[in-house]
Design a binder for this molecule. Structure first.
Ligand code: ADP
Ligand code: MG
Ligand code: MG
Length: 269
């Protein structure tokens, strides 16, 4: 569903990603772990299309699952014979990536003073609906949807009447991000350090949110994390280790457990 091939990217002319290749098939959750400074957030920003993150080599294809060939057959295809529903992600503007069904959650969520979270969510959802030729949700329909998603995350909807992320704790920001994901119903979610600053209960709630919203045969998740604990809730299908801009190891959840126990150097050596 998301196929990253030999991705090289630089920030301020400094090479950070040095040939990342990664394939997340539909129906799977993959985790990326790695020490500080290894390029995890850079990968997230490149996939988001953030200005200043320059791709110097490689490609990222985003394929809509559904009818037609399965992932195994798709893999065998010559790149020149790609299906029409396969998008060259890096050629799209950030808003086009969102309209295509990509959801990006960031390590440091933005604060937007003067705009309530509910306004922000409603605008985001309606912008996406318009880009698909669908009508806006009415105010009442939207509030019903938002209330349901907030309740599922154990969040009082009153919280979402406050300006976006202003004065939110780390845990509140991440719960609100899960509410956003539940409302947007993306096809693919890329979540960077969704567990940073979360206590044990919040970690479980966020993990359950990811499972509830994104665990489905036609969806995919790339979950970037420092810690193994979130992965015990989400149970990724694959775990990859990013070090110095390259994937140095891939495995199952036991790889995350090894890393937790032994640290990056020993586990990867
Ligand atoms: P991680 O998320 O794995 O901790 P980052 O992707 O944030 O790592 O950073 C990877 C490397 O890129 C680090 O060495 C960092 O200092 C560098 N880097 C990130 N952003 C910038 C920037 N805007 N300018 C210069 N270097 C940067
Ligand atoms: Mg970091
Ligand atoms: Mg980071």
């Amino acid at each position: 569903m998301l196929e990253i091939t030999n991705l090289h990217a630089s920030v301020a002319d400094k090479p950070i990603l040095k040939g990342v290749s990664l394939h997340v098939p539909a129906g799977e959750v993959h985790a990326i772990m790695g020490p500080n400074g290894s390029g995890k957030s850079t990968l997230a920003y490149v996939l988001a299309g953030r200005p200043g993150y320059d791709v110097t080599e490689g490609s990222v294809m985003f394929r809509h699952p559904g009818e037609g060939r399965g992932p195994a057959q798709q893999e065998k295809l010559d790149p020149g014979l790609r299906r029409d529903d396969e998008l060259d992600l890096l050629s799209l503007e950030p808003h086009e990536r969102a309209a295509a069904g990509l959801f990006l959650g960031f390590q440091y969520p933005v604060e937007i003073p003067g705009v309530s979270y509910l306004q922000f969510l409603r605008e985001s959802l309606n912008a996406q609906r318009r880009s698909r030729g669908e009508a806006d949700l009415s105010g009442a329909e939207f509030i019903k949807l938002a209330r349901g998603q907030a309740e599922a995350l154990g969040m009082d909807i009153e919280m979402l009447k406050r300006p976006v992320n202003v004065g939110f704790s780390g845990g509140e920001k991440k719960r609100a991000e899960m509410v956003q994901m539940g409302i947007m119903q993306p096809k693919f979610a890329l979540l960077d350090e969704t567990d940073s600053g979360l206590d044990i209960d919040a970690l479980r709630i966020v993990g359950e949110g990811i499972n509830r919203i994104m665990r489905s045969a036609d969806k995919g998740v790339l979950l970037i994390t420092h810690y193994e604990r979130l992965l015990e809730h989400v149970r990724p299908d694959r775990v990859h280790v990013l070090q110095a801009g390259r994937i140095t190891r891939s495995g199952g959840i036991e790889l995350a457990r090894d890393l937790e126990r032994a640290g990056y150097v020993e586990a990867v050596a």
